[in-house]
Unconditional design. Structure first.
Length: 193
């Protein structure tokens, strides 16, 4: 679905392409908690607030409701693919079944426009001086990403694309940052540094 936003879709020959479908998965623990002697208590306002609750037996009406949502979402997905790919799509009956293919087969089906790797394709189109920059979080001593700090996100385009952190994102990662910092200090202190 994300690829549909592009004017052109290029994939590696071994990319996995397709999977035009909708899935919902979960587990049922209702028998397990009974065997363990656990008494679960849930209080709701709204009769459908615990629909598909994994700690209660499945209800046929809940499953039917979920499947109706899946069919609706699936149809939206299908319509998006048809609008984006148009006449490029083949008449293969399996395209919208949730199956997936390699990039090579996806090109035959019309799901992508070409086969290639990002760097060579961009250099071919925009010249040999085209330089790709990896934008990734700065990592601390123990390899964990530091929240809100992006390495390589220098230009205004990155800012407008939302690749700079917000105060909320920074605050959400603060506990991890504090733990990482404390762990690094403890390690260096061990060696008297």
């Amino acid at each position: 679905m994300i690829a549909l936003a592009g004017d052109e879709i290029i994939a590696d020959a071994t990319s996995i392409v397709g999977s035009i479908g909708v899935v919902s998965a979960g587990f049922g623990f209702d028998q397990a908690i009974g065997k363990l002697g656990i008494d679960r208590r849930v209080y709701t306002a709204g009769e459908n607030k615990v629909i598909l609750d994994p700690f209660q037996p499945e209800k046929e009406k809940d499953i039917e409701y979920l499947k109706s949502l899946q069919l609706e979402i699936h149809q939206v997905f299908i319509d998006m693919v048809k609008a984006s790919r148009g006449a490029k799509l083949t008449e293969d009956k399996d395209i919208f079944t949730g199956l997936f293919w390699t990039g090579a087969k996806a090109k035959e089906l019309g799901l992508i426009d070409g086969i290639g790797l990002m760097a060579p394709v961009l250099r071919e189109r925009y010249g040999e001086k085209t330089e790709l920059k990896l934008v990734q979080p700065k990592r601390g001593l123990f390899g964990r990403a530091q929240p809100g700090i992006a390495v390589g996100a220098h230009d205004e385009g990155m800012r407008s694309a939302g690749l700079y952190s917000t105060g909320l994102g920074l605050a959400a990662g603060l506990p991890d940052a504090v733990l990482d910092s404390a762990a690094e200090r403890a390690l260096w202190a061990r060696y008297g540094l």
